[in-house]
Design a protein around this ligand. Structure first.
Ligand code: ZN
Length: 179
């Protein structure tokens, strides 16, 4: 019996050799940087579903390259910036990465290629990468399309404050009536 390899210690070069896809569910408790961005006041958060596939790609006149395809789906509760209650944000990750042997190579080649570059590690922490990618997909200003309790504030112009009677003006008019 073989147990599934830990997603924090994946041997991607072996995975690529076997051409096998790995899939799993990551609880947000395993992703502490993401967890700290979530609104946990609502119902329990569903785990993040991920799939990863590594492959060797032949390259003309060079060593084959190791690539990784990471896909993920999540529904995460964030705090709506209009009504400050949880808003569930669905997001997906679908990205390709190419591994290089060092940080220097990554920096040198980064500008010339469209794919993301990662430095090869014999035991790769996939959950760390997953967490990075999800954090990048989070909206900067999460918001309900229509907030549950409030009328859509954004759609109606806010009354200019100078139309409201100034408290002293009200007081003055009361004084005037009292006279
Ligand atoms: Zn809202």
């Amino acid at each position: 019996m073989t147990s599934a390899p830990s997603p924090r210690k994946l041997k991607l070069h072996v995975m690529a050799q076997e051409a096998r896809e790995h899939a799993g569910l990551a609880e947000v408790s395993e992703l502490p940087r993401l967890r700290s961005d979530l609104d946990l006041s609502g119902p329990p958060v569903q785990p993040v579903a991920w799939q990863a596939m590594a492959q060797w790609r032949e390259r003309a006149g060079g060593e084959p390259e190791l690539w990784l395809h990471l896909r993920a789906k999540a529904e995460l509760p964030l705090t709506c910036q209009r009504c400050m209650t949880p808003v569930v944000q669905a997001l997906t990750v679908d990205r390709w990465f190419r591994f290089v042997e060092s940080e220097e190579v990554a920096q040198a080649e980064d500008d010339d290629c469209e794919e993301d570059l990662l430095v090869f590690e014999p035991q790769f922490d996939l959950l760390n990468l997953l967490e990075d990618e999800i954090l990048m997909e989070l909206p900067l200003v999460p918001m309900h399309e229509t907030c549950p309790d409030l009328p859509a504030l954004g759609e109606e112009p806010v009354e200019p404050s100078d139309e409201r009677p100034h408290p002293f003006a009200v007081l003055a008019s009361l004084k005037g009536k009292a006279r």
